[in-house]
Design a binder for this molecule. Structure first.
Ligand code: DX5
Ligand code: ZN
Length: 219
């Protein structure tokens, strides 16, 4: 299995976002996780399409755009054109339009992923699993960086990994929220293989933090 680190720029210093992205890129990050919040699906506001477009010139790494917005289907094309490589939509935000939203992502040439909040069961993603590149199991309630990991989400990760293996699919399991150098091995052992980390990557020595995470993801 391939293990990947996706630093979340929500925790980066926005005054020098481009430089910080270059730093994580050079230190060995596999992708750049960009959190998009609309103040409706989650209480907070963050980045939008122009930011994704502007940052595209700072790194050639995979841009992993996490949409915490209502009606994501209406915005897929704009994010794809701005330079997203993969887009994650929330199952809770799509309702009965989840399948159509995935088709919209595929039609716009981005890798489709679906996220579930800590209180959402894996059932909606299992139904569409064969169409997905990745499932994001949120390990905190979406909306804010710097929260503590909710460990009862690990059983969902285990269950999902079992289903993916049983169906013999090549689908990544991403985790996002409260991931630290202390808990990453436990989350990895539960079956996750793509790790978003914001606060722990962007506090202190960014390059060292990326390397420390990467070292724990070897083997
Ligand atoms: C939370 C975001 C996360 C967040 C993770 O809603 O989706 O990507 O930035 O940050 P940390 O690692 O600080 O929990
Ligand atoms: Zn995120």
């Amino acid at each position: 299995m391939e293990y990947k680190l996706a630093p979340s720029i929500l925790a980066a210093d926005v005054a020098c976002l481009g430089d910080q992205i270059r730093q994580v890129d050079e230190a060995g990050a596999d992708s750049i996780h960009i959190d998009v919040m609309d103040g409706v699906f989650v209480p907070n506001l963050s980045f939008g399409v122009p930011v994704v477009k502007g940052l595209r010139k700072c790194s050639k790494k995979f841009f992993d755009v996490h949409l915490m917005i209502v009606n994501p289907i209406d915005h897929i094309r704009d994010f794809a054109e701005a330079g997203a490589d993969g887009i994650t939509v929330h199952a809770e935000a799509c309702g009965d339009r989840l399948y159509d939203t995935i088709i919209e992502m595929l039609g716009n040439g981005v890798s489709p992923a679906v996220a579930i909040r800590p209180d959402t069961a894996i059932d909606p993603v299992v139904e569409v699993l064969d169409k997905l590149s990745m499932v994001l199991v949120m390990t905190v309630y979406p909306g804010y960086g710097g929260q503590k990991i909710i460990t009862n989400t690990f059983s969902k990760i285990k269950k999902l990994r079992r289903v993916i293996d049983e169906k013999d699919l090549d689908v990544d399991i991403q985790v996002d929220g409260g991931i630290t150098l202390e808990n990453i091995t436990e989350v990895k052992d539960a079956g996750a293989n793509v790790f978003v980390a914001g606060t722990q990557v962007f506090s202190g020595d960014i390059s060292k933090n990326v390397k420390d995470f990467r070292a724990l993801l070897k083997a």
